[in-house]
Design a protein around this ligand. Structure first.
Ligand code: VGL
Ligand code: ZN
Length: 199
């Protein structure tokens, strides 16, 4: 069984959103097209409480893009984004929600960020995505969405490390590129983790 995972295709990651990814909206038609080829489609949803510790607003004097140590893990600080119940946290307009069977929410604990759809960044809490895939006897996982250099990368590497045959859909990803070369580096890191690139 193969599954398609749509990573964080949400308003705040689209142009005009709080944490806009350049051309992020272009992954929407790609998702709608690829969805049709899978019997199991799962969307992850970045779903933060308003006091989430990845928000620069929670750290007086800090600005988005700066880094701090959070429980011994380096954390990039972000603008407030994907706050539970807000428009920014909703899935992108035009995304075919009828084609999605399950939604996995992540980043819900104010203390920990969760780039991967599988685990918190501290790797102490599973989101339930692995259990869901095992329940459906999934062996092959295809991944697309936002953002290449954060949540797509983390989800793909975890998927491969958990033993799923994992591929990323090239035309279906876009990155934040906070630093020049971040997306290229993310591609290298995914390939080093045995993630395939397909199109
Ligand atoms: C993401 C930064 C913060 C992502 C989520 O979906 O890639 N990036 N939260
Ligand atoms: Zn987030």
């Amino acid at each position: 069984m193969k599954a398609l995972i749509l990573v964080d295709i949400q308003n705040d990651f689209l142009p005009g959103g709080a944490l806009a990814v350049k051309h992020g909206d272009r992954v929407v038609p790609v998702a709608n097209e690829w969805m049709e080829k899978y019997r199991l489609v799962i969307a992850t949803q970045d779903w933060h409480p308003a006091n989430h510790q990845s928000f620069a607003s929670q750290h007086p004097g800090k600005k988005p893009g700066q880094r701090i140590m959070l429980d011994d893990i380096e954390q990039v600080l972000w603008p407030d984004h994907c706050v539970q119940g807000t428009k920014g946290a909703e899935f992108a307009p035009g995304l075919n929600l009828d084609g999605i069977q399950h939604v996995i929410q992540k980043g819900t604990d104010p203390r920990f960020d969760s780039y991967s759809g599988f685990f918190d960044n501290d790797r102490q809490h599973a989101t339930g995505l692995e259990a869901l895939l095992r329940e459906h006897n999934v062996t092959v996982v295809h991944i697309m969405g936002l953002a290449t250099d954060y949540c797509v990368k983390a989800t793909a590497i975890d998927s491969a490390q958990l033993g799923f045959e994992t591929a990323v859909i090239l035309e279906g990803i876009r990155g934040v590129e906070l630093g020049l070369g971040d997306c290229a580096m993310a591609m290298e890191q995914m390939m080093a983790a045995r993630v395939e690139m397909i199109s």
